[in-house]
Write a protein that binds this ligand. Structure first.
Ligand code: FES
Length: 121
């Protein structure tokens, strides 16, 4: 676990972009809960720190795809993209990172919460 910031450095329902060991990561606070995830949208690589939270999801600022912050899965595509080819709508999963709060500091585990990693370890 790597210490990233103080929990009070992040306003509720906002996110910051940090660099840890030459890797950019977004640290967000959604309704008081700290989340950490890759800054690049798995659809077409837009920077997600310019996006917004909606329910339990992060909404990408470019095409407004929504990814669940518990699973990383794509959960919603705006209806006006229904006419797009299926290939264009394909997306990977958002990479999530485990966080821990200790003494008001946010720690991040740079090993992603990839579900296959959990099964194989
Ligand atoms: S780049 Fe994020 S939804 Fe397309």
């Amino acid at each position: 676990m790597i210490k990233v910031c103080n929990i009070n450095d992040i306003k509720d329902n906002s996110m910051i972009l940090v660099c840890i060991e030459k890797r950019e990561i977004i640290i967000g606070k959604k309704d008081g809960r700290i989340v950490a995830f890759d800054p690049f949208c798995p659809h077409r690589h837009a920077y997600l720190h310019r996006g917004s939270f909606k329910d339990c999801n992060i909404v990408c600022p470019l095409h407004e795809f929504e990814f669940n912050l518990d699973t990383g899965k794509l959960v919603s595509i705006p209806a006006f993209y229904n006419e797009q080819r299926e290939e264009w709508k394909k997306s990977g999963d958002l990479i999530l990172y485990k966080t821990t709060i200790k003494d008001n500091c946010v720690y991040v585990d740079l090993k992603s919460l990839d579900r296959e990693d959990e099964v194989s370890s």
